[in-house]
Design a protein around this ligand. Structure first.
Ligand code: GCU
Length: 643
């Protein structure tokens, strides 16, 4: 596409396939997609789609909808077989990723199947530009890919190109509008459905199912009913009819995403009903058509009195939902944010994930960098997501293996020419897709894969140096030891240590002259630590065993408290903030040295963002260090400049 960054599918990655003779067997829409891909690559590089003597066979053997494929290499020929069109598509992209290696050596037979059946991106896109949030809520990559001038884009080329990128990293579902459903967006379910159908048509070519965020109040605001009570017969009938109409236009529609009774969105509480009642009503409407409702667990009191020390926002999702375990319909998925608060740079894993064995759970991550630098800072989230997915929630099974309802990320993509604003933020999107395919995968391996595809070998070591440690660097100059929300209220960019301290949002650090942190122990605090299964309840409860990086999330301690690292809390704050800025300076130098090796436009965009990152990191360092120096009166042991 003209002027659009090719991301991890530049022409060159198709050279190995494009120079070979490929035999394609089978029929169906996704086989057509694969055939068109191969033909295009051959037209570019001189290979051919053939009927005999192939180097590569891509064969569909059935039509069972499976996403798995078998990869085999023997007798000098590479073969991909799949019993579903999507499997063939993923097998094709597997060969693309392997590049020349797919055509070398012998006798490798491997079976590949996704670890999680649902691998989904939620777009927080509004059809119309919202007066406060802009078009894409928490979006840092321009306007929406799907919506423009108050309606669906007429030209869907970009949407198709997006679908292609997503398929190449394994994503198979997209929700096309914001979970906060405003007036125009509510109507996507009814009279504006044809616009959604157009988008779904473009994404379908790459095996992606479309989902819609809907408002729980739809029967009232769209249907003219007096109630949205989920147990009311007319309400249920209204949803049944509306859902059937969706399926008549979009036969492979994925389902609904619902944010209910959360931050002002309507929900079942208004009618004295439970969240299971609400979710099950929508599940019943979707069930005859094979759809799923994704019901979000992000339910808490956002009008808390900051003086009230007994309410703990971290407890909220567990307290609301655990009593409902076992009550949700089979096609209702409870979508849980990975941490108990809200996508901070460091949070413990949500205890809810281990506490609902009778419910299908999806884990929600945030690729859009709301709290991690807003795509002006380099912050590769792979290591954080991998820690979450590998976390043994009950000491045994990992979060990745508990996410039977899938893995979801809030998308970081917009209509920006680089897709993600910061070109290096593409790595988050790619990593998300690959981790959803294989939750136990080594994130560093995925990073190398993304770098190889996107940049080739030349600048690889430099790009890797810039990205690999960037999440920890970001943590260093922003949020020490599990403290969150020291951000500017509203837009959440840049430091404001007390920005949320006296707010109704339930996000406090409780710093005073003696110490800092939230006591969430059972013994003397809010009891949140007790929501975990063994061994974590004990590990987090005790000051002796709580890991340093989460210490202030679970405990209130003095500035002189000695960490396991051998440093005091206050010295840790000073040191990490100085180090974080030094690491940004070093990253900027490395990036500058790659000027000759990276596409000039891409290089310039990252270089420009690095200037802002450095300015912002210094601001973070100086505000956080000065704040805690002034509170504590404890000087820096190394006597560096604090204001
Ligand atoms: C955060 C974010 C909101 C978003 C919400 C959600 O609070 O700031 O913009 O709507 O999460 O996940 O629903």
């Amino acid at each position: 596409m003209q002027g659009v960054d090719p991301a991890w599918l530049p022409d060159g990655v198709f050279r190995p396939i494009g120079t070979r003779r490929t035999l394609i067997r089978g029929s169906g829409p996704l086989v057509d997609t694969v055939r068109a891909e191969v033909a295009q690559a051959c037209a570019r590089f001189g290979g051919a789609v053939v009927r005999a003597d192939p180097d590569l066979v891509l064969e569909l053997t059935g039509d069972d909808g499976s996403e798995a494929f078998t990869y085999d290499r023997r007798g000098g020929c590479t073969t991909v077989t799949a019993s579903g069109g999507a499997g063939l598509l993923y097998g094709f992209f597997h060969v693309v990723r392997l590049a020349e290696a797919a055509f070398l050596g012998e006798a490798r037979r491997e079976r590949h199947r996704p670890g999680l059946a649902l691998r989904m991106l939620d777009h927080w896109d509004n059809v119309s530009v919202h007066p406060v949030m802009g078009q894409v809520e928490r979006g840092y990559a321009g306007g929406s890919l799907f919506w423009q001038d108050g309606r669906a884009r007429g030209d869907l080329d970009r949407v198709r190109a997006y679908g292609r990128l997503l398929a190449a990293c394994g994503i198979n579902a997209v929700a096309v509008n914001n979970v906060n459903v405003h007036a125009a967006e509510a109507r996507l379910l009814t009279d504006r459905l044809p616009e959604v159908a157009d988008i779904a048509g473009a994404l379908r070519l790459y095996g992606i199912r479309t989902h819609l965020s809907v408002t729980f109040a739809a029967p009232v605001v769209l249907g003219g009913l007096e109630t949205a009570d989920p147990l009311d017969a007319e309400v249920r009938e209204w949803w049944g009819g509306a859902t059937a109409r969706v399926y008549s236009e979009i036969p492979d529609f994925g389902g609904f995403v619902v944010k209910a009774d959360s931050e002002g969105q309507p929900g079942p509480f208004a009618y004295g009903r439970t969240h299971a009642d609400g979710a099950n009503m929508l599940a019943a409407a979707l069930e005859p058509h094979g759809g799923t409702v994704h019901w979000r667990a992000f339910v808490y009191d956002h009008r808390q009195d900051w003086r009230d020390r007994s309410t703990d926002r971290a407890r909220a999702a567990y307290d609301h939902f655990v009593p409902l375990d076992g009550e949700f319909a089979d096609n209702a998925v409870l979508q849980v944010k990975h941490g108990p608060m809200d996508f901070q740079v460091r949070e413990p894993v949500s205890p809810l994930i281990g506490a609902m064995p009778g419910t299908r759970l999806a884990v929600e991550l945030q690729a859009t960098q709301e709290y991690t630098g807003q795509q002006r800072h380099v912050c590769w989230l792979g290591p954080m997501w991998s820690e979450v997915l590998r976390f043994g929630i009950d000491g045994e099974s990992s979060v990745g293996s508990r996410a039977h309802g899938g893995l979801v990320a809030v998308s970081d993509v917009g209509d920006d020419p680089f897709w993600t604003g910061h070109p290096l933020a593409q790595a988050n999107l790619y990593t998300f897709g690959r981790l959803a395919w294989e939750p136990a995968a080594d994130p560093d391996g995925i990073l190398d894969e993304w770098i190889g595809l996107t940049f080739g070998d030349g600048p690889a070591a430099g790009v890797r140096a810039v990205l690999a440690g960037s999440w920890r660097t970001y943590e260093k100059y922003t949020a020490p030891l599990g403290v969150g929300f020291m951000v500017q209220p509203g837009h959440h960019y840049g430091p404001s240590v007390d920005g949320y301290e006296y707010s109704p949002w339930g996000t406090y650090h409780f710093a005073d002259r003696d110490g800092i942190g939230v006591d969430r122990s059972v013994r003397s605090g809010t009891g949140y630590a007790g929501q975990y299964a063994k061994p974590w309840a004990e590990v987090y409860e005790s000051l002796e065993t709580c890991p340093d990086e989460l210490l202030l999330f679970f405990h209130h301690v003095s500035y002189g408290h000695m960490l396991k690292s051998g440093k005091t809390v206050i010295q840790h704050i000073y040191d990490t903030h100085f180090e974080g800025v030094e690491e940004v300076e070093a990253g900027r130098e490395v990036w500058a040295s790659l000027a000759e090796l990276v596409d000039p436009a891409r290089h310039a965009r990252v270089a420009e963002r690095f200037e802002e990152q450095l300015r912002s990191a210094r601001e973070w360092r100086d505000q956080v260090n000065s704040y805690f120096f002034r509170k504590s009166g404890v000087p820096d042991a190394r006597r560096r400049r604090i204001y």
